[in-house]
Design a binder for this molecule. Structure first.
Ligand code: OOG
Ligand code: NI
Length: 303
């Protein structure tokens, strides 16, 4: 994905992707293999189905704060999802124009954690006494892009990270990784024959040594059968904490989505199918398992 109009939103999305691509080795590994096989001619030929962010549900942060950025760029809030066991909420946002990705934003229900985990999180976030997004000039794409890379709270201690990890892998992820792009998502159905189903694409991925998230099966399927998703598992990154210790921790990953035509458009030939003819939105049970792409059990497990 690359946006060349240089509107503020284009600048923000390009910058998010540049940082993400520089950190997540699987992004270029997958693109390079697709180039080598002649599936696409450049990274820009890949359609980005959606990007995702994670937030902490505390005053002045969380979805209510984060969403202001993308609402300002014309995104529209859509369905609400709840993940009870993981103590998460999420919304997805429809883009202002079809060539932009959807956005999926989740939030940790901090109030539902143990008193100890809450107090660790609040230790970092309580000094934030006003919504940091409120100070942003949305017409300045470079400033918004810089904001998304900027720490809003101090680096955690390794002990705090490890205590959070025991209770909520998501909490530990956000306290260290903050608003970094959590994943981008390749639209598989847009690829040429032989690569345009998740079965074929996952074979290709595993053939180049990519490890897939196996929670709930490698292919997660919506109840209507029309949205199928797979994802890589995060690599482990050597991260330095405020006490000087380093730990190997989860970062970001890559997702793959196959959206089938809605029943009323099923008869259309492939070349006439437009994005609006396909299943939109997300699916609770798929998302629930995709979150585990940054979980220790998926990263360390051998399947
Ligand atoms: C998001 C997991 C859910 C999807 O497409 O349903 C998701 C996350 O890991 O933060 O990406
Ligand atoms: Ni996703």
């Amino acid at each position: 994905m690359y946006f060349d109009e240089q509107k503020p939103l284009d600048i923000v999305l390009n910058d998010l992707f540049a940082h993400y691509r520089a950190h997540v080795a699987d992004v270029n590994k997958i693109t390079d293999a697709l180039l080598a096989e002649g599936v696409v001619a450049s990274q820009d030929d890949l359609v980005n189905d959606h990007i995702a962010f994670r937030t902490l549900g505390v005053p002045h942060l969380g979805i209510a704060s984060f969403e202001k950025i993308f609402l300002a760029y014309g995104y529209q809030r859509r369905d609400h999802y709840v993940f009870e066991a993981k103590k998460l909420d999420a919304y997805w946002y429809a883009p202002p124009a079809a060539h932009y990705p959807r956005i999926f934003v989740s939030e940790l229900q901090v109030h539902a954690l143990s008193a100890e985990a809450q107090s660790i999180i609040r230790h970092y976030t309580d000094p934030i006494q006003a919504d940091p997004v409120d100070g942003l000039d949305f017409s300045d794409g470079a400033a918004v892009a810089a904001f998304l890379q900027q720490p809003l709270w101090p680096l955690p201690t390794s002990a705090h990270y490890q205590r959070l990890l025991e209770e909520s892998e998501y909490a530990a992820w956000v306290i260290y990784n903050r608003y970094y792009l959590n994943h981008y998502t390749i639209s598989i159905h847009e690829l040429k024959d032989g690569y345009h189903t998740l079965e074929a694409f996952n074979r290709f991925l595993e053939g180049i040594g990519i490890k897939l998230n196996s929670a709930g099966g490698k292919i997660k399927t919506s109840a209507d059968g029309l949205l199928r998703q797979s994802s890589t598992v995060s690599a482990l990154y050597e991260a330095t904490f405020s006490d000087g210790r380093s730990l190997a921790i989860a970062g970001s990953y890559v997702e793959f989505a196959e959206r089938s035509p809605l029943p009323s458009f099923r008869h259309l030939p492939k070349e006439e199918l437009k994005p609006e003819h396909r299943r939109d939105g997300f699916e609770n049970n798929n998302a629930d398992k995709i979150f585990e792409s940054t979980y220790t059990q998926q990263i360390k497990g051998d399947k």
